[in-house]
Design a protein around this ligand. Sequence first.
Ligand code: UDP
Ligand code: MN
Length: 554
Amino acid sequence: MMLRRHLCKVLCIGLTLLIVYNLLLVVYTKMTLQKLILGGVQKELHFPLSEWNETVIKKLSHLELELQHLQENMKLAMKQQENVDKTLKRMRDEQPVQKAVEAKASETKKHRPREKLFPDSPLFKQWGEDLSEAQQKRAQDLFQKFGYNVYLSNLLPLNRSIPDTRHSRCLQKTYSSQLPSLSVVLIFTNEALSIIQRAITSIINRTPSQLLKEIILVDDFSSNEELKANLDELIKLYNQKYPGLLKIVRHTKRQGLAQARNTGRETATAEVVAILDAHIEVNAGWAEPILARIQEDHTVIVSPVFDKINFDTFELEKYGLAVDGFNWELWCRYDSLPKAWIDLNDVTAPVKSPSIMGILAANRLFLGKIGSVDGGMLVYGGENVELSLRVWQCGGRIEVLPCSRIAHIERHHKPYALDLTPAMKRNALRVAEIWMDEYKYMVYLAWNIPLQKVYYHLTGELYVGSLIAEANAEDCCLTDPGSGENPTLEPCSKAAQHGLHIYWDFKPGRALINRATKRCLELKKASSYYMPVLRPCTTQVWTIQHTIGNWGSN
Ligand code: UDP
Ligand code: MN
């Protein structure tokens, strides 16, 4: 359209100029002829009449030629315009077709979304709608390998921003300008490179540079290729920008996360050491509360507050403040805030905590002095409780700092072990044996390891466990469910209320017989252990190790 208008304009101006020129020439010729006729012309003419005629004729023929050119040009222009029109018309005609094709495609997309290749995969529950088949395959492969969405991680900026989850009162806190220096340790085995890089980036961007002495990577014998030469190259690049900031230590065999944490502490040189998982992003202002609190009291082992990064969408979910506790399996859990802290009415105040979750910060020398983390804890689990018992029994204390927040990916599965139970059980028993004296039996019981640590009450109940369980826990009574060979444990009050078979006849050195069902509790050999079963009595007998007199009187 623009071209057409432009062409018309040029032609009009050209024609107008020629007509004006022609008219002027005609008027000029007419006037001159009149003057000639009137005879006063000679004086006014600078050239003889014959010459003048020649000039006029030349000019007229020139004009004729130009008009011819103009006509031809116009014809040509008209033809070109015709072509332009035709093209435009074709485009206009084709547009609805194109639109229809597009509409059809989007309609198809709307009504028939791309086929889900892995409909049961947790990765695709709320993510990955628009991925092609090849992309779905790639994302699923990475997910299985790492337990989180590496496909997405590789697309997200390393310096992405995350919501500041601190309480607004934390923002009003001020800290000394003379805080201790900080070494940050990131431990990993086979984590995705982009995940580690994002952790490093968050630490660099969200820790005051004058306080951050170094970032130490501890590679617990990863096999991933990208964590070898590529990571070394990256470290070089980081160090070009931030001289001496990054260090890497590599285990030459898999030693488990407890020993990886120890290696990190041993390599660190700053006054305070923060030992973190590699799949984290530290949040704004995370370091200052830690450094200030440890400066105030070097025996405090600190835990930040975690927020959850979803393993599939990488969105951040804010977690409420809680203390880090554990159950009799020595497995961590969140417990409610102590009344003493609530009474302080200061949401920024440190919270006394029984345990840590894993991630911790401490005065480097104090942590070393109390023996650091038990390097004999294998693979995973229990090491946090071990450290906690050590801290509380060796003159330290543990606190959660509400104003220090770290976002942590809760993965869907652990890539380094299919079944963590054997390691967790083994580690828990190690902790129990080392630190828990007679309470260790509770840990054995929790892991369902037969002790026959059982109390037979003269009224006939068999209490299982030491009757000193967690707060609010109820004593359990051994019960014959009436069918099947497995006895069950039922809360005693409930069992009594519902008339379950909880009463047993027993004399030391005799069989143990359920009063209602007349079945015997006996031990049956399984593959590598014995298990308690209920069955018609054979010849098994039981003894009593200890007798407690005056039960309940004190
Ligand atoms: N890790 C390690 N060696 C191991 C197992 C784990 O270095 O044998 C690292 C792992 O890469 C992670 C940290 O230890 O950075 C904590 O492990 P994970 O995140 O699986 O534990 P969770 O956070 O689920 O308790
Ligand atoms: Mn973790």
